[in-house]
Ligand binder design. Structure first.
Ligand code: NDP
Length: 307
């Protein structure tokens, strides 16, 4: 069986930063990229708040650079999905794509988080046919059409403003009477003429035909119902951590985020470390994820040295 000192699961800013530090510490880490190589940043447009990029940088480009940087120091970045982990044995046994097994002395979990959906049957029916959780990936298909974005946070506002630049009309469907987004994002939304903010509306049904989405039926807090004609229905209502694999194996909080010892990346299992959005429901920024990837690699290095 193949063996490694340090196996990193996930290839967002947390995973790659952990890989940069671990490879520079001569741990020769293996990185499994997972379902979404590059992580969530590859689905955003411009990143303007990562220090060191005064003009901003696209998410895809930044992740490609982080990958190159990790590889430059010898990180072995591989395409593949971790399908099982056994923490009972030492070294840990990690299964890739249901077949290949690798023994790892230490593990860094940086599997991130994924978009949430409303849970409507009609929403599932039209997923990929007008229903999307990524405006930057799919917005282009709705050029000069009418679309809706659900959510009132920074993501929803960012996506609505992006879509407004390519679509005719954007409806921002917000369940509360206010936006939760930062003041700067709110201002951007209110100053964009083709965004109509619909406060206190919930989506009852996504409407469509064999060609995809045609509209959405909404209900106001007062009980009044209305229908909007749209071709794209974008979800921006938050995320859930990608921790299915670790249920019953690692200690998770009530929302499924990995619990770590405060101020460290240490999980309840010695030798298993967590970094990035998978353990952070609060800050969720590229820079905080990268910082926690660094912490995880340093904790991992110290753990291996102490053994
Ligand atoms: P948030 O959790 O901040 O917002 C989620 C939004 O979706 C809220 O308005 C919430 O409503 C709404 N929502 C949740 N569930 C439902 C539902 N079932 N039906 C209708 N609406 C629903 O998530 P974001 O993804 O926007 O942001 C996450 C974090 O990332 C935040 O800390 C944010 O600041 C940050 N971020 C920062 C960016 C930047 O700095 N450039 C860009 C994007 C995100 P309610 O308010 O009623 O709970």
């Amino acid at each position: 069986m193949e063996q490694t000192k340090c196996l990193i699961i996930g290839s967002g800013p947390a995973g790659y930063t952990a890989a940069i530090y671990a490879s520079r510490a001569n741990l020769s880490p293996i990185v499994y990229e997972g379902i979404e190589p590059g992580g969530q940043l590859t689905t955003t447009t411009e990143i303007e708040n990562f220090p060191g990029y005064p003009e901003g940088i696209s998410g895809t480009e930044m992740m490609a650079q982080l990958k190159q940087q990790a590889q430059r120091f010898g990180a072995d970045v591989r395409f593949g999905i971790v399908t099982d982990v056994e923490f009972d044995s030492r070294p840990f046994v990690v299964t890739i794509d249901g077949e290949k097994k690798i023994e790892a002395e230490a593990l860094i979990v940086a599997t991130g988080a994924s978009a949430k959906y409303l849970g409507l049957e009609s929403e599932m029916k039209f997923r990929g046919q007008g229903v999307s959780a990524c405006a930057t990936c799919d917005g282009f298909f709705y050029r000069k059409q009418d679309v809706a974005v659900v959510g009132g946070g920074d993501t929803a506002c960012e996506e609505a403003t992006y879509l407004a630049s390519i679509c005719k009309q954007v409806y921002l469907i917000v369940r509360k009477p206010f936006l939760r987004a930062s003041k700067a994002m709110q201002e951007r939304v209110f100053n964009t003429p083709n965004i109509k903010v619909m406060f206190e509306y919930n989506t009852v049904e996504v409407l469509g035909d064999e060609d995809g989405v045609t509209g959405a039926r909404l209900r106001h807090a007062s009980g009044e119902e209305t229908t909007i004609d749209i071709m794209g229905f974008f979800l921006a209502i938050g995320h859930h951590p990608n921790t299915e694999l670790f249920k019953g194996k690692l200690e998770l909080d009530e929302e499924g985020y990995i619990k770590t010892i405060p101020g460290t990346s240490k999980t309840n299992i010695e030798g298993v470390f967590a970094a990035g959005d998978v353990k952070d429901p609060h800050y969720r920024q590229a820079i905080t994820a990268a910082g926690s990837g660094c912490i995880a690699a340093l904790d991992c290095e110290r753990y291996l040295l102490s053994k």
